[in-house]
Ligand binder design. Structure first.
Ligand SMILES: NC(=O)c1ccc[n+]([C@@H]2O[C@H](COP(=O)([O-])OP(=O)(O)OC[C@H]3O[C@@H](n4cnc5c(N)ncnc54)[C@H](O)[C@@H]3O)[C@@H](O)[C@H]2O)c1
Length: 358
């Protein structure tokens, strides 16, 4: 059994690309200790354990059933998120999962229902909204630095992750693509700043039916694209503000800002929503743009801070911040955008809020 006053004992499932970043960030965090790791491919689990001194490498089933673990950190690809989270919950483990919470609303609800039934917690990446960049934007909005917020403009456009990911295929399958891969960062930060989304409109397209792996041992091999790769979205927030969000893997180059928040008296230019830091620029009444927060620094936040917050919340009994409810609202917005765009375009209403989702 685990010590209810000691660090939360974490078992990692999924030891691929992003796992070493988590383990480097979690080392030295007193709220958590990574006690075991597992992967469908055991060689990956062994490599991660060797690089980060993880004490135990286990078969996936054994890790999920291990009574010495409190929480499963789910770093599998999106299509496996719900299945791994549900199995972890069935074994009495809290879950913190990489984004998105699941790839369908039905699966997302199943995960939250299972957690509720067992009084367990579910947390969801991204946690960039806890970083100093997004928090600075929230403070500026809250103190009226731009007057009443009226609109947001968000864009994350690039030529695609095959430039840096050695196995990019999963990022072009249903449940991924630019909308599900990048959209969670933007929608999590936007809803943290502007409140829940009540309506979306969307159009989407796919520029190329086949793409090529560009890095790693499989460079040169080609694969089929199974998802939309450019999605233009309009958003309506509960408070009445409007937004645009463009996510794309079809854009060779851009100078469009990643994130702007417009108000009746000014504008905030924020950093990318998939980063934890700055820069943050503010133009208030009668001034030119000034830098409120400089560019990225080491202490601005880190991938995994949502898990650390959740671990502290578990030990003290307080609410966590990167919750499954937040993840389910974002998932509802993502799936509504994707369904609308796939159907040829149109509008869809959103039923959940940040509080009531699930
Ligand atoms: N790579 C990044 O830079 C990055 C950044 C932010 C978030 N993420 C998110 O992190 C997650 C993982 O991404 P990645 O890039 O590390 O993927 P990856 O494909 O490199 O690694 C995933 C690992 O999970 C294992 N796996 C798959 N299904 C499994 C199952 N059912 N049980 C156990 N192991 C299983 C695979 O063998 C693989 O080792 C995704 O949700 C992704 O959206 C990735």
């Amino acid at each position: 059994m685990t010590d209810a006053r000691g660090p939360v004992r974490v078992g990692v499932v999924g030891c691929g690309n992003v796992s070493s970043r988590y383990l480097a960030n979690l080392a030295g965090q007193p709220a958590v200790t990574v006690a075991a790791c597992a992967d469908a491919d055991p060689t990956r689990a062994r490599a991660l354990a060797a690089a980060h001194r993880v004490p135990a490498v286990l078969p996936v089933d054994d890790l999920l059933a291990d009574p010495g673990l409190d929480l499963v950190l789910n770093l599998t690809p999106p299509r496996a998120h719900a299945e791994v989270s549900l199995r972890a919950l069935a074994h009495g483990k809290h879950v913190y999962t990489e984004k998105p919470l699941a790839t369908t609303m039905a699966d997302g609800r199943r995960v939250l229902d299972a957690a509720r039934a067992r009084s367990l917690r579910v947390g969801t990446a991204p946690d960039t909204f806890l970083g100093v960049g997004a928090r600075t934007c929230a403070e500026l909005v809250a103190r009226g630095a731009i007057g009443t917020p009226t609109s947001v403009a968000a864009a994350m456009m690039n030529p695609g992750p095959e430039r840096f990911h050695p196995e990019p295929e999963f990022l072009y399958q249903e449940g991924a693509g630019p909308l599900f891969d990048i959209g969670p960062y933007y929608l999590t930060v936007l809803t943290a700043l502007m409140g829940p989304v009540v309506r979306v409109g969307a159009l989407g397209g796919t520029a190329r039916a086949q793409r090529e792996v560009l890095t790693g041992p499989r460079a040169g091999s080609t694969f089929r694209v199974e998802t939309l790769t450019h999605i233009n979205t309009v958003l309506e927030f509960a408070g009445g503000a409007l937004g645009t969000l463009v996510t794309s893997f079809d854009v060779a180059a851009t100078r469009t800002p990643h994130l702007e928040i417009h108000g009746t008296e000014g504008t905030i230019v924020a950093a990318q929503a998939n980063s934890w830091g700055g820069p943050v620029l503010l133009k208030g009444p009668g001034t030119d743009f000034v830098e409120v927060l400089p560019g990225p620094r080491g202490s601005d936040g880190f991938m995994g801070m949502g898990l650390v917050d959740m671990a502290e919340a578990i030990r003290t009994g307080r609410p966590a911040q990167a919750t499954g409810n937040r993840g389910l609202h974002v998932l509802e917005v993502l799936t509504a955008i994707a369904d609308t765009a796939r159907a040829g375009g149109g509008f869809a209403t959103i039923g959940s809020t940040l509080e009531t989702a699930g």
